[in-house]
Each structure stands twice: as structure tokens, then as C-alpha cells.
Design a protein around this ligand. Structure first.
Ligand code: AGP
Length: 367
């Protein structure tokens, strides 16, 4: 186990840079080019049982829950199975109805988060079927689940999770392709997504080239006392995770909102004092997102935009970070990477205790 920071100033940024290799490890042996599907050996469910699943419910805490939300959208989009995510910490206390036709998925880096473990036990006690998406091999949650998908991100030391979260998204993509290909996902679409996954490591490397621009943006954002992160549909879990990462390591207040909800209330807060970080992928919602940027600009709200190469946001934004295009369903994975670097760079500017933020533990193993 390598607990050495190497050439990096902090574990957080080291782990950010380990992501291309971590994703490669997660994909190894799982891209089935022959049947254009994902090969998932640890699932312990045969094709008939997988086909009988009518819903997917993902449970995790904190950032793992946000990754679960990204995963639920991806699975629903790719496999056309209704899917949603809920904080395990809420689920376990609300006496949930456990449905035999639902596949429950517990997602955790450490595999030791007590709330997630308690949710797994609640599901099992009521006769439900729960698989794990877990990083630490042999951890308690991994052992309690009926099989699952190991994330193979390698050991994560920084309290703020980065590479494990990226691999959670990759794991959900593999699960979505697997579930899709025993339903109506065509071989061509299966292969399109496999190719998209295979392209991720090199594309993540490309995102790292924007680090100087992200550091510039961090320079002006670090002077704010509160920030908005906005995204819609595929971009919303990205915004939530971006806000969470910034809060954890910089201690700045950040709030994530659906871009579509701005006009239903939070627009009242937009002013020169409240910067917005907007997630604007080049997808079918681009025009609507650009309209929202204009609404923010018209109220003199400072803007940082995370978007795709070739999208023209004009003079609206003070900082624009472009990421390479992948497949639309997988784009959120790449859009998240600049936000990790942003949280890191803001925290460097503010001189925070980046790897061990105040009040937080790497895994919350108590009630
Ligand atoms: C992530 O940056 C956080 N430190 C935190 O939200 C974390 O994701 C959460 O506590 C869940 O941990 P787990 O993945 O080990 O279960």
C-alpha cells in the first residue's frame, strides 16, 4: 500500500491525478467487446434474475449518495429501468417498503459507513436483494452484500473522496450497460458506451491540462463567502458533488441547485457578491442552460462555466473550463473532474488543512 504523497503537496491532488489509472483498473476485464456488454463477474445474479428486476434503488451517504444519483440517472437512461438514489442515512430510519423486484445497490468507498451498512441490513432483514459497489475489498458492506462490483480505485487517503467517486460512476455505467444489454440496449449502443468508457482515462488526462485556468478561477472565487453550483438533469449530481467538495475542503458555503429551479426562488440571491459555477454540457438542454446563464448575467452574477469544447458562452463568464466530449450519458463523469481541482485550488489559496478538513472523518463508522 502506497501512502506516500510522491511529488504532490497533498493526497487529495495526488488521488485526483491517479484517476486515469484508477479508471483503467475498474474497466480491466469488464468490457465485453464480443457481446457489446459489461462483464461483471461478482454479481451473483444470472440473466433471468437480472431481467426480473423492475426498479433500481441506490443507497449511499454524502458524496457516495451524489454518485448514486448520477448512477441512477445513467441506469434509467441506458437500461430503461426506473432508478433512484436516496441517502442511506435517511432510508434506514423511515421503515422503507422493501420490494422483491427492486435491485438495491449500496455504494461506499470504505465499505464501513455505518448508515449504509444499516441500510443493507434493513433490506436483507426484509428479504430484499442488495449488491455492493464498494472500493475496499473485504470490507463489512462488501461482505454483507450479495455480490457486487469492486471499484478498484486503490487506497484513498484524503478525506475528500475523488478517485473512488469517479470509479463509482464508472461502476454504475458498467451496471447500466449490463442491465441494458439483457433488455433493449442495442449492440451498437452497448458498444458506443463501451468505447466511451475506454476513452475516459485519456480524456481525464486532458482535463488536467486546464489546471492553470482552474487555479485562476480559484483566485477570484476564493474571495466569495458563498457560491451557487447549478446543473440540470445529468449536470445536477455534478453540481451537488462540486458544492460538496468545495464545502468540505475550503469551508466556503456552497449550495447546489437545479438550473431549472433558479427562477422558482434562488434567482433572488443572484448579485455581484454571489458567484455561480454552472455545469453546461453540449447536450439537448444546451439552449435552456444558456438562457439561464443570461438570466444570471443580467443580474451581474459572476460566472464560472464548465462546458464542452466548442460551446460558445460569449462574454457571459469570467472563467470557462472546457472538457472533452464523451457520450452524453457518460459526460457527467468528465464534468466532475474540474470541480475536484477547483475545490483543491480554492483550498490551497485559503491555506486549509486539505487532507484532513476540520470536523470530518474519512469514514463515519458510528451511528
Ligand atoms: C466525500 O468527499 C466525503 N468525505 C463523504 O461524503 C463520503 O463520501 C461519505 O461519508 C461516504 O463514505 P463511503 O463512501 O466510505 O461510504
Amino acid at each position: 500500500v502506497d501512502f506516500d504523497q510522491g511529488d504532490h503537496d497533498h493526497f487529495m491532488v495526488k488521488e485526483i491525478h491517479e484517476q486515469p489509472e484508477a479508471v483503467r483498473r475498474c474497466l480491466r476485464g469488464r468490457l465485453d467487446e464480443r457481446f457489446h456488454t459489461a462483464h461483471l463477474g461478482g454479481l451473483e445474479l444470472d440473466a433471468r434474475e437480472m431481467r426480473a428486476i423492475r426498479r433500481v434503488k441506490i443507497l449511499g451517504c454524502g458524496s457516495a449518495y451524489y454518485a448514486g444519483q448520477l448512477g441512477a440517472q445513467l441506469i434509467e437512461e441506458v437500461a430503461r429501468i426506473p432508478a433512484d438514489a436516496e441517502p442511506a442515512s435517511e432510508f434506514r430510519y423511515r421503515n422503507p417498503v422493501i420490494d422483491p423486484e427492486t435491485l438495491y445497490v449500496a455504494v461506499s468507498q470504505s465499505g464501513e459507513t455505518y448508515d449504509t451498512l444499516a441500510a443493507v441490513q434493513e433490506i436483507k432483514r426484509k428479504g430484499g436483494r442488495v449488491i455492493g459497489l464498494v472500493n475496499v475489498v473485504g470490507s463489512t458492506i462488501a461482505r454483507e452484500c450479495c455480490g457486487g462490483i469492486y471499484l478498484h480505485a486503490g487506497p484513498e487517503v484524503a478525506v475528500a473522496s475523488t478517485k473512488a467517486l469517479t470509479n463509482m460512476s464508472v461502476g454504475f455505467a458498467l451496471l447500466g450497460i449490463h442491465l441494458g444489454r439483457i433488455r433493449d440496449l442495442s449492440p451498437a449502443n452497448g458498444q458506443r458506451l463501451l468505447d466511451g468508457l475506454a476513452a475516459l482515462p485519456a480524456q481525464i488526462e486532458e482535463v488536467f491540462e486546464s489546471r492553470p485556468k482552474i487555479a485562476d478561477a480559484a483566485g477570484w472565487l476564493a474571495t466569495a463567502s458563498s457560491l451557487f453550483f447549478v446543473g440540470r438533469v445529468r449536470g445536477f449530481p455534478v453540481a451537488r458533488e462540486g458544492a460538496q467538495k468545495l464545502k468540505e475542503v475550503s469551508y466556503l458555503h456552497a449550495e447546489a441547485y437545479q438550473t431549472s429551479e433558479l427562477k422558482h426562488g434562488p434567482l433572488a440571491l443572484i448579485s455581484p457578491e454571489l458567484p455561480t459555477v454552472a455545469i453546461v454540457p453540449d447536450d439537448e438542454l444546451l439552449d435552456r442552460n444558456l438562457t439561464a446563464l443570461h438570466e444570471i448575467g443580467a443580474r451581474s452574477g459572476p460566472l464560472m462555466v464548465i462546458t464542452h469544447q466548442g460551446v460558445d458562452v460569449g462574454e457571459l463568464a469570467t472563467s470557462v473550463i472546457e472538457v472533452p466530449r464523451n457520450e452524453p450519458e457518460l459526460d457527467p463523469i468528465l464534468l466532475t473532474i474540474p470541480l475536484q481541482l477547483l475545490a483543491y485550488e480554492v483550498s490551497v489559496q485559503l491555506g486549509r488543512d486539505i487532507d484532513k478538513p476540520r470536523n470530518l472523518a474519512k469514514s463515519v463508522t458510528v451511528e
